[in-house]
Design a protein around this ligand. Structure first.
Ligand code: PMP
Length: 374
């Protein structure tokens, strides 16, 4: 049984990514900027990895800048904007967007009752405020709600406003081939079986500037520091390995997820599932439990071998209150009952069933005031 249901926080390294990392570290550890033959080979491999990533996400390789992950990518983007820039961001962005946006002239786009940003609302806000940039994530990290990023990208294109999507949760879960239609894209390797501390930012064009991390001329002068080629190779390999399987995984996993929700409803009639009527990531269930604080659920499930989360990362780096459930107007008391389940590519029906059974056991323990019940 695999009780790990926190894949939106991070994922285990895929075996193929591990192999790719080891091979790259053993064969091409030279500095890609050096001038001898071995360094040239490392540089060629790095550029080949950039091309391969470009093919997967539908963007020219020249647009891709490798970074240390999604947090750096989001920060780099804001750092490249003028101090007084007006930016339109959704109310459900990750803290690495919300915190990085501080100090700018930020306008928030509200979500509808399904936790989704509507393209018409984006169009209206653009007309009213003429922002320098619009940011709407591709898939939400808490609820899994898919945002209409393709439609919003089209609205922004019509209006002549650059559009950024944080695709950290989309990549490796759904087809990414059209992402290149967005002007800016953020990605993170550890969300899809790649190594931690590696990601990318896609820029509008080959000549777009970025000066967040300054120093040497790496990444065409857009991000200084010796490139982490082994991690980049592992990241691209992870995405290549998973991409052809995504259609089949989505069908199988969303069925298991829906059976889990049905099982939970039969035990907890008043269970609330956030964004239940909107298209969601196949792996994610954000729920407001009918009773008991989320930390009580989390610790007791953890004792039984299940890893879940209470919602999202907050700015302290620990888990905080759900940004999404807050944006939907929940009370402080409801926020304490939010739990998030996020399965993986290979979670089985038995894993999901065991999780539902563990919820039932914990419920009885909490209600009976039994061992450990507080
Ligand atoms: N954006 C989103 C939507 C995320 O889910 C995460 C990870 N929780 C991040 C950004 C930050 O990613 P990283 O860990 O690569 O900095």
């Amino acid at each position: 049984m695999n009780g790990y249901f926190d894949h939106n926080a991070t994922t285990p390294l895929q075996p193929a990514a591990r192999e790719a990392w080891l091979r790259a570290s053993e064969r091409h550890w030279h500095n890609p900027s050096s001038l001898y033959r071995d360094a040239g080979l490392a540089s060629q491999q790095l550029e080949a990895a950039r091309e391969r990533l470009g093919t997967l996400i539908g963007a020219d390789a020249e647009r891709i800048v490798f970074t240390s992950g999604a947090t750096e990518s989001n920060n780099a983007l804001f750092a490249s904007l003028p101090a007084d820039a007006t930016v339109l961001i959704s109310a459900i962005e990750h803290p690495s967007v919300r915190e990085a946006a501080r100090g700018k002239n930020v306008m928030e786009l509200p979500v509808n009752a399904d936790g989704v940003i509507e393209p018409d609302a984006v169009k209206f806000a653009i007309t009213a405020r003429r922002p320098a940039l619009v940011l709407v994530m591709a898939a939400n990290n808490e609820s899994g709600a898919l945002q209409p990023w393709r439609e919003i990208a089209a609205v922004c294109r019509e209006e002549g406003v650059p559009f950024h999507t944080d695709a950290a949760q989309w990549l490796g879960k759904l087809d990414a081939a059209n992402l290149g239609e967005c002007d800016f894209i953020t990605g993170s390797a550890h969300k899809f079986g790649g190594p931690k501390g590696c990601g990318f930012l896609v820029l509008p064009g080959e000549d777009s500037r970025l000066g967040f991390i300054r120093g040497g001329p790496q990444e065409h002068g857009r991000r200084a520091g010796t490139e982490n080629y082994p991690a980049i190779e592992a990241m691209v390999t992870a995405l290549e390995m998973i991409s052809p399987r995504l259609g089949e995984i989505e069908t199988a996993q969303s069925r298991m997820r829906d059976a889990f929700i049905a099982g939970m409803r039969s035990q907890f009639a008043s269970l609330r599932v956030i964004s239940e009527s909107s298209p969601r990531l196949w792996n994610t269930v954000l729920m407001v439990m009918p009773q008991h604080d989320n930390l009580k659920w989390l610790t007791r499930l953890s004792r039984r071998g299940f890893s879940i989360s209470t919602g999202s990362a907050c700015s302290s780096g620990k888990e905080g209150s759900s940004v999404v459930v807050t944006a939907l107007g929940a009370s402080a008391e409801e926020l304490k009952r939010v739990v998030r389940i996020s399965s993986g590519w290979d979670s089985t029906a038995a894993d999901w069933q065991a999780l539902a059974a563990a919820f039932s056991e914990v419920f009885h323990e909490l209600n009976s005031g039994g061992k450990g019940a507080v």
